[in-house]
Design a protein around this ligand. Structure first.
Ligand code: SF4
Length: 358
């Protein structure tokens, strides 16, 4: 019996091409078999060794005993009238947990919003995920697996372009290594093959993480959840601001090495009567001076938390101030509102701590 058979079955999902090569060699197989499995798994989405017909039959049979492909399992699908699908997925490497993934079809593309942690420790006061606290970090396989499951579940209707946004549950920069391992597979032309310009990572403003991301060779676009026009205001809704106040956050943004045609995206949840005044808009303009920045305004959706939806006239006025001062500014079309799929407002009736219940 091989050492692998004597030990636990090895999950191959989330392994890089190099890790698969090493694993296959440990089985006494030629290293190029690793590249064949990498392609079958990520580029062709074959999740059953029996379907990897580019491998010899004896190897397929052996892998089915000694390895696994631990895909997240669909616990529930919530379909919105605009075509958005919110998935509750059970993940089970390590401690079992549920996370949420959202699939948003558009005319020529689909956007998949994925989670990077079960729950979150950052405690933003406008976010339902925060009420869970941190359950645990996701593994690279659990992050990649969300994209593969969403693509596979919509295989018949896929458009040519796929965008991914790391805006689901969790703070991606507090699970840096697993997030980057997943992104290297997702953005690899030989892997899931999503173009880096079609990927965005959203952070609450973890300054050391932004500095680390700046040094990565392959990286997604960076989005920063700003949501306030002063430290005093931001402290109230994003306690992380006490650790990384606006001056430090914006300094890290100014030092961020933007590629040609790359922009920093600042997200700004407009909470009625709190941060949506024209004075707030003018302060945001000053904060973003000398940055190649765009702003996404996200009018607050009514939900369980004690904030008010902003008056639509204030939203328009806010946008007008920014545009007049030369800051590109969009009002986010909040897709899938009826399934609560807006970022940071994922419905969590199915607690992240609860085990799978198909
Ligand atoms: S908005 Fe993001 S960083 Fe803030 S608590 Fe929610 S999941 Fe965490």
């Amino acid at each position: 019996m091989s050492p692998q058979a004597a030990n636990a079955v090895v999950n191959l999902l989330g392994k890089s091409a190099e890790e698969l090569r090493v694993f296959l060699e440990s089985l006494g197989e030629p290293g190029y078999r690793g590249a064949q499995i990498y392609r079958a798994l990520y580029a062709e989405r074959r999740f059953d060794f029996a379907a990897m017909t580019n491998l010899p039959a004896a190897l397929r049979e052996r892998l089915s005993r000694e390895a696994s492909i631990a895909l997240p399992q669909i616990v529930r699908r919530h379909r919105s009238s605009d075509g958005t699908v919110r998935y509750v997925l059970a993940i089970g490497e390590g401690k079992a947990a549920n996370v949420e993934t959202v699939f948003m079809p558009e005319e020529n593309r689909q956007t998949i919003c994925i989670s990077t942690q079960a729950g979150c420790a950052v405690d933003c006061r406008f976010c339902l995920t925060a009420t869970l606290g941190l359950v645990r970090n996701l593994t690279a396989g659990e992050i990649v697996g969300q994209v593969l499951v969403a693509l596979e579940d919509n295989r018949a209707a896929l458009k040519p372009q796929t965008n991914i946004v790391l805006m689901g549950q969790g703070e991606p920069l507090l699970n840096f290594n697993a997030v980057m391992a997943a992104l290297r597979i997702l953005l690899d032309p030989k892997g899931v093959a999503i173009a880096p310009r079609h990927a965005a990572l959203s952070t609450s403003g973890i300054v050391p993480g932004i500095e680390r991301l700046a040094r990565e060779k392959v990286r997604p676009n960076l989005a920063i959840s700003l949501n306030a026009s002063s430290n005093e205001q931001r402290d109230k809704i994003m306690p992380i601001n006490r650790k990384y106040p606006l001056e430090k956050l914006l300094e890290a943004c100014r030092n961020y090495p933007l590629r040609p045609r790359e922009w920093l995206l600042f997200e700004y949840v407009l909470l009625g009567g709190f941060n949506d005044s024209p004075e707030d808009a003018h302060r945001v303009v000053r904060l973003l001076a000398n940055l190649r920045a765009k702003v996404n305004l996200i009018p607050w959706n009514p939900g369980d938390l004690p904030h008010k939806r902003p008056d639509p006239r204030r939203v328009e006025e806010f946008q007008r101030v920014l545009i007049e001062k030369g800051v590109p500014c969009f009002i986010r079309d909040s897709r899938g509102q009826d399934v609560m799929a807006a970022c940071g407002q994922l419905a969590l009736a199915e607690s992240a701590a609860s085990p799978a219940s198909a």
